[in-house]
Design a protein around this ligand. Structure first.
Ligand code: SF4
Ligand code: SF4
Length: 164
């Protein structure tokens, strides 16, 4: 996995323009069964990929925290939401709460998440490749393929299976 993660940004860069063109077509003419196709491709990829050998999302980017996330996680720590924010979060350029530091403070050396049961919604859903109306998050996916080897593979499979 180390080698895959090391080479991923360069491989994603090489695919960027092709992916951009493909996603432009996808947005214009999303196939009727796109939700179904994405679910299939997502499930097949995550049969092969073990996130516990990777954790690159937790190490390099981290999630956005909604107010609901903050309330749930601070309750878990028996902290006030404001204390939790002061200790772990900052506001980014888009006015969202994000981690002060990466790797995420809740990531263990064994790649387990110490707040797995109450983790942010964005962590549960990353890399969003089984999302309904996937054509709406292609710009985000263009970035995620450089972070997440599973997202990279899913996009490669999409290009093989969806023809315009
Ligand atoms: S979601 Fe992607 S980046 Fe995160 S651990 Fe799994 S394979 Fe790695
Ligand atoms: S909260 Fe857990 S799943 Fe989310 S980035 Fe941190 S370690 Fe990863």
């Amino acid at each position: 996995m180390d080698e895959i993660l090391r080479d991923l940004p360069q491989r994603a860069k090489e695919k960027h323009s092709g992916n951009k063109k493909f996603f432009a077509k996808l947005k214009k003419r999303p196939p009727k069964d796109l939700d179904y196709t994405m679910q299939e491709l997502h499930d097949a990829e995550f049969e092969r990929t073990d996130c516990l050998t990777c954790a690159n999302c937790c190490k390099t980017t981290g999630p956005l925290f909604t107010n609901v996330d903050i309330n749930r996680i601070s309750k878990h720590f028996r902290m006030k939401p404001s204390q939790f924010i002061d200790e772990y979060l900052r506001v980014d350029e888009e006015n969202d709460y994000v981690l002060q530091n990466v790797p995420c403070s809740f990531l263990g050396a064994d790649n387990y998440c110490s707040i797995y049961e109450v983790r942010p919604k964005a962590c549960r859903e990353f890399p969003h490749t089984d999302r309904k109306r996937f054509q709406q998050i292609t710009n985000l996916t263009l970035k995620n393929v450089a972070i997440c080897p599973a997202a990279y593979n899913i996009v490669e499979e999409m290009k093989k299976s969806i023809k315009f």
